[in-house]
Design a protein around this ligand. Structure first.
Ligand SMILES: [Zn+2]
Length: 68
């Protein structure tokens, strides 16, 4: 073990916040904190917010009724 190795370990990881975006209405649902390798590009995560989830489950039910 030499000093250079220690330095690399400390430098390797970085804390970054990644937004979780609703892919239906494009609003930010939440923000997550991740440990990410330095120099690695971050991209937002996509999910669905409770509002859009309700909308979709409602329209799905209507579709089912029509198909019946
Ligand atoms: Zn939404």
């Amino acid at each position: 073990m030499n000093n250079t190795e220690k330095f690399i370990v400390q430098k390797g990881v970085e804390h970054k916040t990644i937004p979780l975006i609703c892919s239906w209405c494009r609003h930010i649902i939440n923000v997550k904190e991740w440990e990410i390798e330095r120099d690695k590009k971050i991209s937002p995560d996509f999910g669905i917010c409770p509002r859009c989830l309700k909308k979709i489950s409602r329209s799905n039910k209507q579709l089912c009724k029509r198909q019946m």
